[in-house]
Design a binder for this molecule. Structure first.
Ligand code: GLA
Length: 377
């Protein structure tokens, strides 16, 4: 599908002129839709979007999932840097969170219970003793509807929508959820969410993409350098539930306010690293300046700059990966071979009145935006 804009109309002429002068050929923005499979009579598609730099991402409406993201290294070699599978069957059998949207409540709710206006709600326990990422039938595992949004003079977007029924997985209220992906010519993956409810409920929505800047399946991420603009993090108990404390990162292995190599302090003698089995914690973003986080891998030169309007980010470094998952090209996703920057509200907020609220009320839709920008240096 073409993205008709002035730029595109002008591009053929630009190619001819600039190819001769600058050896710089810009490609046209393209979108391709293919059938990926079917679940309970609903079509699942694979949508590929190639920007004017010739870099491709692939999405599927199963779990509103990012399947593939291919960007060049500093020498121009393109490689997929996000975890994903080649078939829908593999998604159904494999790690349910590779690249997917997670909801209705991302991360953990302690004991799978919370109280709203005096009523206690019980959720399915899928990460004993807690509920993780919405529950076993969370939004990562449902087929979303697809709408392509064409915008004059801009890149197209893919809008996934899902109506989550009242009491689905135990949560009150029918929620209409939207996750809109845009892949820009500047190699930015823009993800925008909008959710509204007909009854008071709780909501925390994110994307669970794993990245490895060497290329997905090419070794671990311990040599990646990370900056997170977060002066505090939320320490956890032995069940990975925040204790409620907002602990300053200063003087701890959690201080990424200046760039640090991930592997440098991951084995440090620090209780929170033992409890998390490494880094698997919510960082309290300063939200004062941009970017909120930067990942850099010196060998490839690839960089991710992340910006969000959310109060937190879960930095998870693949501590639960065990080499059993085979993704694109049969590559194995080993222990600590991918990192996630899941932008979010804090885990277990429904049971922590001191945390920013995750209550969603009728007539007050939740909106948020996260941008991952890919470049080289
Ligand atoms: C999040 C959690 C982790 C783990 C992964 C999925 O990052 O914080 O503990 O559950 O999702 O494996």
């Amino acid at each position: 599908m073409k993205h008709l804009n002035l730029k595109q109309i002008l591009i053929p002429a630009v190619i001819v002129l600039s190819a001769a002068c600058k050896q710089e050929i810009k490609e046209e923005y393209t979108m391709k839709r293919e059938i990926f499979g079917e679940i309970n009579g609903k079509k699942v598609e694979l949508i590929s979007m190639t920007n004017n730099e010739g870099n491709t991402i692939k999405l599927t409406n199963y779990g509103a999932t990012l399947v593939w993201l291919e960007v060049p290294d500093k020498d121009g070699n393109k490689e997929n840097i996000t975890f994903g599978y080649e078939t829908l069957e593999a998604y159904l059998r494999g790690d349910p969170y590779f690249g997917s949207v997670v909801g209705r409540y991302a991360n953990r709710i302690a004991g799978g219970k919370f109280t709203l206006d005096g009523v206690e709600y019980e959720l399915a326990i899928n990460n004993p003793p807690n509920t993780l990422h919405g529950g076993p039938g969370g939004w990562h595992s449902v087929v979303w509807d697809i709408e392509i949004i064409e915008k004059e003079g801009e890149e197209p977007s893919v809008k996934f929508t899902y109506i989550s029924p009242d009491m689905e997985e135990g949560y009150p209220g029918e929620v209409e959820a939207e996750a809109v992906y845009t892949w820009t010519d500047e190699n930015e993956l823009v993800i925008e969410y909008k959710c509204s409810t007909d009854k008071k409920t709780v909501l925390n929505i994110t994307n669970h993409a794993y990245f490895n800047l060497h290329g997905a399946g090419n070794g671990d991420i311990l040599d990646h350098e990370l900056m997170i603009a977060a002066g505090k993090f939320t320490p956890v108990d032995e069940n990975l539930i925040p204790t409620g404390e907002l602990r300053p990162v200063e003087g701890t292995p959690f201080d990424f306010t200046t760039p640090h190599i991930i592997g440098d302090r991951i084995e440090a003698d620090y209780e929170q690293l033992r409890l998390g089995l490494g880094y698997d914690h919510n960082f309290v973003l300063d939200n004062k300046s941009e970017p909120d986080a930067v990942v850099y891998e010196p060998e490839s030169g690839r960089v991710i700059e992340m910006n969000t309007d959310q109060p937190g980010v879960q930095f998870y470094c693949g501590n639960f990966l065990n080499g059993l998952e085979k993704g694109h090209g049969g590559k194995i996703y080993e222990y600590r071979s991918g990192l996630c920057l899941e932008t979010q509200h804090f885990p277990d907020s429904p049971n922590k009145p001191e945390f920013p609220t995750t209550v969603l009320e009728p007539g007050k839709p939740f909106t948020s935006k996260t941008v991952y920008k890919f470049s080289v240096k």
